[in-house]
Design a protein around this ligand. Structure first.
Ligand code: SAH
Length: 217
């Protein structure tokens, strides 16, 4: 995919998702994509390697949840892998302080290299295993907890609240849509409250996604 095609697809995808990006963001996303593809040729970071698919399944799917993180000062992405959704969200919202945590060293190696290559401030890759003890693990708390393809929903709602700052929220990115009653039931089991749930489709493949937000009850 040449650069013009990347910008074109990104613009089409964002339009379909109703996501607005500042003028300088697309070129930063392109730089991230180039860094990812370069690393992925040597180190296996993500199973998705075709640029079109990386753009849709990683970049656009990450940007799709911008409304759910809007207004927060800090974001903690647990099990960030190659940086999704945390890195595209950071590029789209430079004022957001982002910590990306992964238990696998080579992934954190990439996260740190990408952060340096993009010159990002208030962004950090952290090699740690999240098990619900932030102080012992050296993982900072945040206003918004997010993860994608990390745990099933019940596991995520059990783990994530330990890392929340007061008044914070937990965002769950879900592959298959849950009925709202189910989301409410899972939340109340953990003393949480469902704040919002929204379904969206990836713009090119039409793949279904859901994003749900929870807060302490
Ligand atoms: N969020 C990324 C990666 C998902 S794969 C994406 O959506 O593309 C899940 C990632 O979680 C893997 O990189 C794995 O190394 C990491 N992981 C699994 N258990 C973990 C734990 N307890 N703490 C931190 N990272 C963990």
């Amino acid at each position: 995919m040449d650069n013009a095609r990347f910008f074109d697809h990104l613009q089409q995808g964002c339009q379909a998702l109703k996501v607005g990006l500042s003028e300088d963001v697309p070129s930063k996303l392109l730089r991230l994509m180039q860094e990812l593809l370069k690393w992925n040729a040597k180190v296996n970071l993500t199973a998705i390697t075709a640029p079109e698919e990386v753009l849709e399944k990683h970049f656009l799917d990450s940007l799709a949840v911008l409304p759910e993180v809007e207004g927060a000062a800090s974001l903690l992405d647990l099990g960030a892998g190659a940086g999704f959704p945390g890195l595209p969200l950071k590029l789209a919202r430079p004022e957001l302080a982002v910590t990306l945590v992964d238990a696998v060293g080579k992934k954190v190696g990439f996260l740190k290299a990408a952060i340096a290559a993009l010159g990002l401030k208030q962004a950090r890759g952290l090699h740690a295993r999240a098990e619900g003890k932030p102080e012992a693990e050296g993982i900072p708390r945040a206003e918004v907890l997010i993860a994608r393809a990390f745990m099933d929903l019940p596991g995520w709602l059990e783990l994530a609240p330990a890392y929340l700052l007061p008044e914070g929220r937990v965002v769950a990115m879900l592959g298959k849509a849950w009925p709202e009653a189910e989301l409410r039931a899972r939340a109340s089991e953990r003393g949480l409250r469902l704040v919002s749930a929204r379904q969206y489709q990836l713009p090119f493949s039409g793949a279904e996604r859901q994003v749900a937000v929870f807060s302490k009850a």
